[in-house]
Design a protein around this ligand. Sequence first.
Ligand SMILES: *[C@@H]1O[C@H](CO)[C@@H](O)[C@H](O)[C@H]1NC(C)=O
Ligand SMILES: *[C@@H]1O[C@H](CO)[C@@H](O)[C@H](O)[C@H]1NC(C)=O
Ligand SMILES: *[C@@H]1O[C@H](CO)[C@@H](O)[C@H](O)[C@H]1NC(C)=O
Ligand SMILES: *[C@@H]1O[C@H](CO)[C@@H](O)[C@H](O)[C@H]1NC(C)=O
Ligand SMILES: *[C@@H]1O[C@H](CO)[C@@H](O)[C@H](O)[C@H]1NC(C)=O
Ligand SMILES: *[C@@H]1O[C@H](CO)[C@@H](O)[C@H](O)[C@H]1NC(C)=O
Length: 504
Amino acid sequence: MISSFIVALWILLAPLQAQAFPATVEDFFSRASLNPYTDPDPTWAVSATINGQTFINKGLVAFGLIPSNFTDSTGDTMGGIGSAIALKSGTFTKTSGTTYTGTIIAQPDRGYNVVQTVDYQARQQEIDFVLIPFYGPGNLTFTTALNTLQLTYKGTTLYYERNGTDTTGLDALGVRPQMAGFGIDPNADPAMPIASASYNHLSTDAEGVAFNSDGTFWVSDEYGPYIYRYSATGNLIQTIQPPSAFLPYTNGALNFTSVTDPTTGRVGNQGFEGLSLDPTGTTLYALLQSALVQDGGSDKSTSRYTRLLAYDITQTIPLLVGEYVVPLPQNSKGNTLAASEAHFLGDGIFLVLSRDGDGHGGSSDKSSYKQADLLDISGAIDIHGTVYDNATNPIANSGTLVSGITPGTYVSFVNYINDTQLARFGLHNGKPADQTLIDAKWESLAVVSCQDPTYPDDFFLFTASDNDFITTQGVSGGVPYNAGLDNDNQFMVFRITLPSTPRN
Ligand SMILES: *[C@@H]1O[C@H](CO)[C@@H](O)[C@H](O)[C@H]1NC(C)=O
Ligand SMILES: *[C@@H]1O[C@H](CO)[C@@H](O)[C@H](O)[C@H]1NC(C)=O
Ligand SMILES: *[C@@H]1O[C@H](CO)[C@@H](O)[C@H](O)[C@H]1NC(C)=O
Ligand SMILES: *[C@@H]1O[C@H](CO)[C@@H](O)[C@H](O)[C@H]1NC(C)=O
Ligand SMILES: *[C@@H]1O[C@H](CO)[C@@H](O)[C@H](O)[C@H]1NC(C)=O
Ligand SMILES: *[C@@H]1O[C@H](CO)[C@@H](O)[C@H](O)[C@H]1NC(C)=O
């Protein structure tokens, strides 16, 4: 391991905060008898109802970042970390009435690949945090807002596959044939995506992470699209291959490249973005970013019907036990807002992070949709093991769902681009494209109890952005690069009320 680097240096917080409060916050104290560091303002609550249960968004309560030019212990630029996050088990602690500490495990995707894919080894970044939620109505300055979520890098765990070989972020131009005799699964590896026949390394574009209680963890990826299980030290143990309908077949042969779309199966770069375990650790859920090719996935106007898989992981070889259709939201032009993460809440209900690609580092400065929404699959038809697991049977044609398939219910919930809420933390949506512009690609969710006896169903929702490793002072595999823009790794925390989620 490595020595820790201090990302944000605020040691004596209380005096800083007192100085920084705008007058309006002091007014708020006396007027409403509410403490802006302990009491959510009830007038801000935005609620959503799904399956008879009421969920409440009490607003944005913290913001933090890791600078775009920060490097990890391997010397690589620390980027992409909002591709997946989890709170390290047992670390979240309420240390005072206003302060919480804990550790985030963040998992980047495939390195700086704006120009071309690179030989980036998949990894985890461990980040300690101090959370001091801010509920006040005044607008903090951007600099002061950074006090609300202070992030300190602790270390990196690299991922290795068969024979201790480094994984790679390079496009998967090759296929390693199915092999027996590896890991804990007697059927061993299915056919695997590799960089090429001559560079026989597992190509990994990691987008989801979920931890078992024994320290091993699951990683979902976009190339396969596969789900891998790794040991706590980052060594591959086993691989879940989804039904054949999901696999990228081109003219009858597997081809895992992300550059061209297959004839059936997952669309390039639209693999398993969402990965989540139920609280008992028995069912693993994986959400495909948008529709399979045969279900309309090649065109944004027809790609809304994606699929969610459920695996029973209590067996040595995980068993597919559920498959549900998810109707993703669409923008005003009818284009799909693809899903970048899913988080299981309980009772068949999930948070799903759906969004456009606009914001800092994105296609344009002004975003129109970035939300952690609610999905309920309790009334959805389970299609696992049916004809739809064969690519010859699409679930949708030209954007219309095949009759007889009841999808999950999707309801709008936490809006990331609420101007009033962003302004409270010195942030904004739209021009100017400076450091205070909200990032484009939010891709991760983690939820933990606020440990507030007055509001026992209140949770903090942590979310982070994938900055695509965009920095003017980058290093990739020892080689410097300049991406022409500094796009920080941004983190936000919302306070939300979740009925019937176990109060962890
Ligand atoms: C934006 O947040 C404010 C509270 O700051 C709330 O009153 C309003 O309803 C929110 N708007 C949306 C669209 O969520
Ligand atoms: C990142 O950039 C800032 C501002 O230019 C600079 O002060 C800092 O030293 C840089 N950090 C690294 C790790 O290069
Ligand atoms: C906070 O910022 C927003 C957006 O700039 C502005 O409309 C609002 O008046 C500000 N509120 C306060 C209390 O300064
Ligand atoms: C792992 O090493 C063994 C023994 O050298 C070799 O036969 C096998 O092909 C290697 N597997 C991979 C995937 O490189
Ligand atoms: C997969 O397709 C790419 C792009 O067409 C091609 O370069 C590559 O050789 C193919 N791989 C295999 C294993 O056929
Ligand atoms: C899918 O169905 C087709 C047509 O019935 C069949 O030829 C093919 O073998 C099936 N594929 C799989 C993987 O079962």
